[in-house]
Design a protein around this ligand. Structure first.
Ligand code: FPP
Length: 247
């Protein structure tokens, strides 16, 4: 084997058992920083590094879609300093991930981006545009995202079509609602992972997670590693998913 040959990464579970779409609630950054006597933004910075590692690992083991909760519609209630800190990390992150465009990763920014500073919106659009033909991993970045806001957005678009006489209310189905979500075209989430010991969904992908499996762990997001993802995937592979049917 050549000295610098890339190490082959062995997925923790067989490909046919791999979830197609995994969602990550990147929680615990603030507590991680507090334990070290550091400001919350220090924890978010560490969390952003973990995002990059986990995103790459998802790509390498054959997960097709990975959603990351970066900034929720409720996070505007945080201090201006913390919000500015997250904006700074988003700016850096949107540039940092550019090299991975060549490695098959596609980015989709999910949520109402119009509330972010214009330069961040422009970088988001550029990253989506530059990576739109990639097919190895789709990394969905949920920014100013809330599941209820997303469903409301979908309903508003559908109502507009009805108003214009283009759609009969009797023809509205679950697929119609799905097609107007920010995640239109993306398969439902199979597995949602929430670290940091909290046992909540916090408005994350609430439509798309109707049949998702959940995995909770006490590890704080900045400490989360590919081994922890392996544990979650092994636990997922043992679950019997019946989607409301019987065995
Ligand atoms: C939740 O932890 C985390 C957030 C609200 C922000 C997530 C942001 C990042 C990981 C950085 C930016 C990432 C990218 C990919 C550019 P918390 O602050 O609620 O933690 P706590 O519950 O311990 O207070």
């Amino acid at each position: 084997m050549a000295l610098f040959e890339k190490k082959e990464i062995k997925p923790p579970i067989p490909p046919e058992q791999m979830p197609k779409h995994v969602g990550f609630i990147m929680d615990g950054n603030g507590r991680w920083a507090k334990k070290r006597g550091m400001p919350r933004t220090f924890g978010h910075k560490a969390g952003g590094e973990v995002y990059k590692k986990i995103m790459q690992y998802c790509r390498d083991i054959g997960i097709q879609y990975a959603s990351f909760y970066v900034f929720s519609t409720e996070n505007w209630a945080r201090s201006q300093a913390e919000i500015e800190g997250i904006f700074r990390l988003m700016r850096e992150g949107l540039i940092d991930v550019q090299p991975h465009v060549k490695e098959g990763v596609r980015w989709i920014l999910v949520g109402d981006r119009t509330k972010f500073p214009q330069d961040i919106q422009d970088s988001m659009t550029k990253l989506e545009e530059d990576s739109k033909d990639n097919t190895r991993l789709t990394s969905l970045m949920c920014c100013n995202y809330g599941g209820r806001a997303e469903i409301t957005h979908s309903v508003r678009e559908i109502a507009e079509l009805v108003k214009q006489g283009k759609l009969d209310p009797a023809d509205i189905t679950e697929d119609t609602v799905n097609e107007h979500l920010y995640t239109a075209g993306v398969p439902d989430v199979d597995l949602i992972i929430r670290p940091s010991g909290e046992l909540r969904l916090s408005n994350f992908l609430i439509w798309q997670s109707a049949y998702a499996e959940y995995y909770f762990t006490d590890i704080l997001w900045p400490d989360f590693t590919s081994n922890d993802l392996d544990d979650a995937l092994r636990a997922y592979a043992k679950r019997g998913r019946r989607f409301g049917g019987a065995e």
